[in-house]
Design a protein around this ligand. Structure first.
Ligand code: C5P
Length: 221
């Protein structure tokens, strides 16, 4: 049975991938399944935590005893997280958040015009929720954990990202077209702002989730 080292703690987790609507029927999205975020939610609950899971476009069953808040866009994800953050001892951003969104939303379906070339798609930046949560801690001593999917130079990019985002821990995954996204297993290294480096061998996402909670529980004291 899992240790009850998160008893009395409230953890806030984001999962899945955001979608940015172009018109009523189309969106820009990503391949995140939400499996890692759900594994984090299940394992935190098993270790005694109260869990709020903000789920962006996932098709997974809500884990028992977990409070699930469904969202779709990055703006909705941000609202839900900022609303729940003041109660959380730890925030784990496992969701894949769209960096950009369409500059405009068409209220009617965008039509193709006969023979005409398509219009270029104008994009604007989305807010960086992880950086915002890290810079303005909603609660004293709150721990903020991010995820990073990298395809090359994983450690160097991970360290730079940890510093840029200002979070306490960054889980760095190596990704490819089939690696990690939607898969049952992953391999990662968890970097700490304190300089720590915790390798997590290839295995089920539950194992990585437990490693994250080990590191969080140790830091919450
Ligand atoms: O910058 P990058 O997208 O690689 O960072 C990944 C981490 O930052 C993830 O934890 C993701 O949830 C978070 N993120 C965010 N807001 C964004 C982009 C990413 O919170 N706009």
């Amino acid at each position: 049975d899992a240790p009850q080292d998160l008893a009395g703690r409230h953890v806030l987790i984001s999962a899945g991938g955001t979608r940015e609507a172009l018109d009523p029927v189309r969106f820009l999205g990503n391949r995140s399944s939400g499996k890692q975020g759900y594994a984090l939610a299940r394992t935190a609950a098993a270790r005694g935590a109260r869990v709020t899971l903000v789920a962006a476009n996932t098709a997974l069953a809500a884990p028992a005893g977990v409070d699930v808040v469904p969202v779709s866009s990055t703006a909705e994800l941000r609202e839900a997280l900022l609303a729940a953050a003041p109660e959380a001892d730890a925030v784990v951003m496992a969701a894949a958040v769209a960096d950009f969104r369409p500059a405009a939303y068409a209220t009617g379906k965008i039509k193709k015009k006969d023979d005409a070339e398509p219009e270029p798609l104008a994009l604007v930046r989305n807010p960086d929720i992880l950086a915002e949560l890290s810079a303005h801690r909603a609660r004293a001593g709150q721990l903020v954990v991010g995820f990073a999917a990298e395809t090359d130079d994983v450690l160097a990019h991970g360290r730079a990202k940890l510093a840029r985002k200002g979070c306490d821990l960054l889980v760095v995954n190596e990704v490819g077209e089939t690696k990690t996204f939607g898969a049952e297993s992953s391999e990662a290294v968890v970097l700490g702002a304190d300089g720590s480096e915790t390798p997590v061998p290839y295995g089920p996402k539950e194992g990585l989730a437990h490693t994250v909670w080990d590191l969080v529980a140790a830091r919450l004291g």
